[in-house]
Design a protein around this ligand. Structure first.
Ligand SMILES: Cc1ncc(COP(=O)(O)O)c(C=O)c1O
Length: 365
């Protein structure tokens, strides 16, 4: 048994998502780029690159990693590049998407040898969650003034639009795309490619994949563009668990169990978005609150059901722990960083990375 905590990536579960991505690529003609901001654990890129066309990035380091470890098409995007990084970014990328007209103007020359694009902000929201809504009022994420964009059309050949956020609702996606067609049609007709970004949960249960493919194909044909998708979460959903061990139990009015991990350090997004972790099957008569071991009072994974009382030494699997977890893990409280392990297709489990005190020390000086 491996020492906990560790993230466990299951290649068979990953394969299920990748199969759907392949189907979407085939039936819609869209290309799929892994969004490294969500998942960048390169030990499974060998499997992913068989079913995806490349990567997209949010920074110099991500585009470097995509180029070095994934290959295929490498898209560069960042909310803002600095003068000291643009040449290196361009050296790794086949396409660069600028977030603003001013960045496009500033770096047009530096990026003249690769394909250039601009981020469009359609000002249409799929989410009422302000924190993660790129189309929120006064958003800095992309340009929306058609007249201003017209002035730089000679410098770009495509657009990136990312306005979906955990969107499981095909009709909502369809409706928003129709609004985009309506509002930006005159611009879309003049480009060769359009990336529709991430945030579309097309690998989720019961998602109407056929309708999704048909819609993408129709969009692509209407404007004569190559469509790109940038799945992060959809590529890795439900592929990974965070394996933890119970260190202590107590009852302070409720049964509590403290585990050798921390939601703040190892599954930070749950805390940011105030969501509960998932445990399967979450059934039984014993209701126990699973707590992290950091000093944060609210370091709590959630309240779950177990068939037996939870005791010290028990192992617990926190489900769906691939997206926005390993890329955000941190050394808060010096809590031991989870190792990374892979369950291979033949069922064997292999540790690919362990972290120790030296890594903690090296993260500061
Ligand atoms: C530009 C862009 N592309 C792709 C993604 C990936 O989104 P998701 O992981 O929800 O699919 C994001 C997420 O924020 C993004 O900002």
């Amino acid at each position: 048994m491996l020492r906990t905590p560790y993230y466990l990536i299951d290649r068979a579960k990953l394969a299920r998502n990748l199969e759907i991505i392949d189907r979407v690529r085939k039936e819609s003609g869209a290309k799929a780029l892994l969004a490294l901001k969500c998942f960048a654990t390169w030990s499974v890129f060998d499997q992913m690159r068989e079913h995806m066309d490349g990567t997209t990035s949010s920074s110099l380091y991500e585009v470097h990693l995509g180029h070095e470890k994934f290959g295929g098409e490498t898209h560069a995007y960042s909310v803002a590049y600095g003068d000291d990084e643009i040449d290196e970014v361009v050296s790794y990328a086949d396409k660069i998407i600028f977030n603003s007209i001013s960045q496009l103007e500033r770096y047009s020359d530096a990026a003249k040898d690769i394909v250039r694009g601009l981020r469009l902000n359609p000002q249409i929201s799929s989410s009422s969650f302000d924190l993660a809504d790129p189309a929120r009022p006064f958003s800095r994420l992309g340009e929306w003034d058609v007249a201003r964009i017209e002035t730089v059309m000679d410098r770009i050949s495509g657009f990136m639009i990312h306005n979906n956020c955990e969107n499981e609702d095909f009709d909502l996606f369809d409706n928003m795309l129709s609004q985009i067609e309506e509002r930006f049609g005159t611009l879309l007709e003049r480009v060769e490619w359009v990336s529709l970004g991430g945030g579309i949960h097309f690998t989720g249960e019961n998602y109407p994949v056929d309708r999704f493919c048909a819609r993408l194909k129709a969009f692509s044909e209407k404007f004569g563009v190559q469509v790109y998708l940038e799945p992060g979460e959809a590529a890795i959903t439900n592929s990974t668990t965070l394996e933890v061990t119970v260190l202590d139990t107590l009852n302070n009015g409720k049964d509590l169990a403290i585990v050798d991990s921390s939601i703040e350090a190892h599954m930070l997004d749950l805390l940011i978005y105030r969501e509960k972790a998932k445990i399967a099957p979450n059934e039984g008569e014993h209701l126990v609150t699973i707590c992290g071991k950091s000093c944060l009072a609210g370091d709590i994974f959630g309240e779950f059901r177990f068939p037996e009382p939870v005791k010290v030494g028990d192992r617990i699997s926190i489900q769906d722990a691939a997206g926005y977890t390993m890329v955000k893990k941190n050394w808060f409280n010096g809590v031991r960083m989870p190792a990374i392990a892979i369950r291979e297709l033949d069922g064997t489990v292999r540790t690919v990375r362990e972290f120790g005190y030296e890594d903690y020390r090296a993260s500061l000086s």
